[in-house]
Design a protein around this ligand. Sequence first.
Ligand SMILES: NC(=O)C1=CN([C@@H]2O[C@H](COP(=O)(O)OP(=O)(O)OC[C@H]3O[C@@H](n4cnc5c(N)ncnc54)[C@H](OP(=O)(O)O)[C@@H]3O)[C@@H](O)[C@H]2O)C=CC1
Ligand SMILES: CC(=O)N[C@@H](CCC(=O)OP(=O)(O)O)C(=O)O
Length: 342
Amino acid sequence: MTVKVAVAGASGYAGGELLRLLLAHPGVEIGALTAASSAGTPLGQHQPHLAPLADRMLVETGPDTLAGHDVVFLALPHGHSAELAALLGPDVLVVDLGADHRLSDAADWRRWYGGDHAGSWPYGLPELPGGRDRLRGTKRVAVPGCYPTGGLLALAPALAAGLVRPEVTVVSVTGTSGAGRSLKPHLLGSEVMGSASAYGVAGAHRHTPEFVQGLGAVAGERVTVSFTPVLAPMPRGILTTASARLSPGADGATARSAYLDAYANEPFVQVLAPGSWPATAATIGSNNVQLQLEVDADAGRLVVVAAIDNLTKGTAGAAVQSMNLALGLPEATGLTTAGVAP
Ligand SMILES: NC(=O)C1=CN([C@@H]2O[C@H](COP(=O)(O)OP(=O)(O)OC[C@H]3O[C@@H](n4cnc5c(N)ncnc54)[C@H](OP(=O)(O)O)[C@@H]3O)[C@@H](O)[C@H]2O)C=CC1
Ligand SMILES: CC(=O)N[C@@H](CCC(=O)OP(=O)(O)O)C(=O)O
């Protein structure tokens, strides 16, 4: 089976990573590549690393240019997917890499993003409890935000097993590509190089409700989340440290066994051997999530560290993995567990 796919936002970081993965996918024919201001220029001008597609022209983004495809990936800024998706037929598989369909609560959407709520779609994180079943056969997928991917997988086994209290802290160090490629003053090289800086602190980042929604579903009760993102001088990767107070009776052995059980059959999640701690460099270019956990006995807390590549498992890899499930293809098709190093 070969499916014809279109990529909207092909000139961006997420679109570029998606195309890199799709070029290695044996079941895919790459159709329309769309953009906004870059329409009318060749892809090679924006994605020079994608040599096989260098001469392909970018076209305007709209229902006409996206028509005639089996799968449409929307790698557009927030707020641009919903209207477009509504114009694509119900038989087309639409995979939204943006935030428009991630939150199920309309009030949350209005508070964090503003404007009308377009409704929520099955969440593209198969490793969550029930995640795979929600994606099989679906025609709509909401790909998670890059921060929630590592944070949810770091905490889900502990919350699902009741090993920690439902009050968690999450600190994520991110590479600059998480912000997209459009020019932003705080991302100028001279501002970012040689410095790490927190932003969106004290509950101000728009991924907080996504954490609360995902962790609450796993825990079966409301979970409070204190989330702090930190920008670091590296192009890609996210290192997340999550922690929560242990429940009475829980200890390091029960925690490790819960994580090993939860991820035993997951092709892209590796719980590292005791003593090894995740590093973003080990995940770059792969669809992996590398995890380690330990109990801080003096503090009475479980501490979990997770590393991902924000552009792969954090965005484009999750999109391809979800497409595979939705289409009934082997889940790992076109994805790799082998990263690039150094
Ligand atoms: N970067 C990351 O790590 C992650 C990104 N995402 C999500 O993926 C989506 C894309 O992000 P990213 O690739 O980083 O962003 P970029 O800024 O790198 O790319 C944005 C893309 O959208 C196109 N675009 C911009 N405005 C419009 C418009 N009005 N209509 C149609 N196309 C438009 C741009 O085209 P042009 O070049 O012509 O302007 C470009 O192709 C976002 O929703 C983001 O949240 C999700 C998780 C992680
Ligand atoms: C460094 C940086 O600016 N990161 C982005 C994360 C974006 C992301 O990848 O998530 P979305 O899909 O929700 O956009 C931010 O904090 O907004």
